[in-house]
Each structure stands twice: as structure tokens, then as C-alpha cells.
Design a protein around this ligand. Structure first.
Ligand code: ADP
Ligand code: MG
Length: 254
């Protein structure tokens, strides 16, 4: 295990019991994620992406194996301990935004702070700052139904970050958005998380969306098959500013 490993997944198996059959969603997943990693998890539908994210976020218990985050074993925690752990360390961005329809954008973003007992004035001030960060300062009083999909997901991002979590999990965050809006929303997520030096684990079935991550983790049939580093594209070699030899030759002939 590396020095700066933040998330350590050791031989994790997850079996869902459905009647008399067991569905193996994770079949022995091993994975290390370092603090500050911006990772995508890619795999086709049914490969276990959401299951992996849910067990990492402590939303579901593993059947066997270990999940260690910041040195703490999630599989040993009680439900009550997991709730506290999530409130302190984890932000979650959902595919379908999961906003409260009768609350304004500001109230939605402030909500996780009320679970932590932050007084109302401080809650609203922090929520306002987050909405400004995602570029929604003009829409704070709008309800989700009055916002576009991209705007709703910006509210979702602000809500995930308002508690200043160390780790953000995102499950198909652009799955309900068109391709242009998806790129915009991905840039908002990545820029803020990079700037704030947070750790992101995002799952997607879309290789273009996955390419926003620095690390791309491939999942197939409940197992991690590859972890690829996504090098930034090399700067295009250009000869634009150099003298063009053939042009010079033509000029000499003229
Ligand atoms: P992905 O997110 O990659 O599409 P999932 O993690 O949702 O995959 O699902 C992995 C497998 O586990 C699938 O076969 C799925 O049908 C099954 N599964 C997921 N959640 C449940 C559940 N709550 N009960 C039963 N089976 C489930
Ligand atoms: Mg899924």
C-alpha cells in the first residue's frame, strides 16, 4: 500500500440475495486510490460500478473483503457510525440530481449543513458561496423544476461540496444530460475538485466522460481489470511559425 493511499479496497465481494439466488455484483475487487486522485470508473451496464461506489460511500455493506478509508475500516462500522463517517468525509453526486422539489436551490445546498447542526445564517452563507462557485448566483431562489438539467446538476455539485468533504463520489453525473451540457458539468466538477485538492471517484459507462479523469479504472463483471493513467494529450506539433521550405523554393523560382 502506498504512503498516500486514501481509499484501499481489498478483495471486496458483494452478493445480492434475490429470493433463493445470489447475484455477484463484485467478485473480488482490489483497488487503491490516493488522496487527490481524480478517477473515473468505466464499465458497461451491470458491471458493478454503482455497487462499487455504494460500498465505498458506506451506503451498502460488503459481503466480504475490506474497505479502508483514511485508515478506518468501513466494513467494521455500525450503521450509525457510517452515517457520521459519510457526513464528515463524503459528498455524493447523483445521476438524477436527487434535489428536494419544494426547496429552492439555496435551501437544497444548505440542507446537508442542517444535519450537521450549522446555524441557519452560516448555512445560507456557505450555500450561497457554493452556488456562486458553480456559477448559479443568479438562480439561488429557483426551485429545481425551474432549472435546466445542467443547472440542477450544478446545484447537486454545490450540495455535495458544501460540507467540505475529502472525497466526492459521483454515479453517472452526466447520465441525464445532453453532450454539450455534460462537458460543461464535467468541467465544473473537475475544476473545483482539482482546485480544492479533493479526491473524486466517478463512475460512467461513457468513455468520453471517463476521459475527464486522470486515472481510468476499468470494471468488468465485478472485477477491476485495468487502471490506466490518462496522460494529458501531447501539445500538437506545429510548424506554423517555422519557414516553409517548399514555399521558399517556389519563391526563389518566381
Ligand atoms: P452498473 O452500475 O455497472 O450498471 P450495478 O452495480 O448497478 O452495475 O449492478 C451490478 C449487478 O448487480 C447487476 O447484475 C445488477 O442487476 C445487480 N444488482 C445491483 N443492485 C442490486 C440489488 N439491489 N438487488 C439485486 N441485484 C442488484
Ligand atoms: Mg449504475
Amino acid at each position: 500500500m502506498q504512503e498516500n493511499t486514501l481509499i484501499d479496497v481489498r478483495n471486496v465481494k458483494k452478493i445480492y440475495r434475490v429470493g433463493t439466488v445470489g447475484i455477484q455484483a463484485l467478485r473480488g475487487a482490489d483497488l487503491q486510490i490516493a488522496s487527490g486522485d481524480i478517477c473515473s470508473v468505466i464499465g458497461r451496464s451491470g458491471s458493478g460500478k454503482s455497487t462499487l461506489l455504494n460500498v465505498l460511500a458506506g451506503l451498502e455493506k460488503v459481503t466480504s473483503g475490506e474497505i479502508v478509508i483514511s485508515g478506518k475500516h468501513l466494513e467494521r462500522m455500525t450503521q450509525a457510525e457510517l452515517i457520521v463517517f459519510r457526513q464528515l468525509h463524503i459528498g455524493f453526486i447523483f445521476q438524477s440530481f436527487n434535489l428536494m422539489p419544494y426547496y429552492t436551490a439555496l435551501e437544497n445546498v444548505a440542507l446537508p449543513l442542517s444535519f450537521r447542526g450549522v446555524p441557519q445564517i452560516a448555512r445560507l452563507r456557505q450555500a450561497k458561496r457554493m452556488l456562486e462557485l458553480v456559477g448559479l448566483e443568479t438562480h439561488m431562489k429557483h426551485k429545481p423544476g425551474e432549472l435546466s438539467g445542467g443547472q440542477q446538476q450544478r446545484v447537486g455539485i454545490a450540495r455535495a461540496l458544501v460540507t467540505n468533504p475529502q472525497i466526492v463520489f459521483a454515479d453517472e453525473p452526466t447520465g441525464n444530460l445532453d453532450s454539450n451540457t455534460s462537458d460543461e458539468v464535467m468541467r465544473v466538477i473537475i475544476d473545483i475538485l482539482r482546485e480544492q485538492k479533493k479526491t473524486l471517484v466517478m463512475v460512467t459507462h461513457d468513455s468520453h466522460i471517463a476521459s475527464f479523469g486522470d486515472k481510468v479504472i476499468h470494471l468488468l463483471d465485478g472485477r477491476i481489470t485495468d487502471v490506466a493513467l490518462n496522460e494529458p494529450a501531447p501539445k500538437e506539433l506545429t510548424t506554423q511559425n517555422e519557414p516553409n521550405v517548399r514555399e521558399t523554393e517556389v519563391n526563389l523560382d518566381a
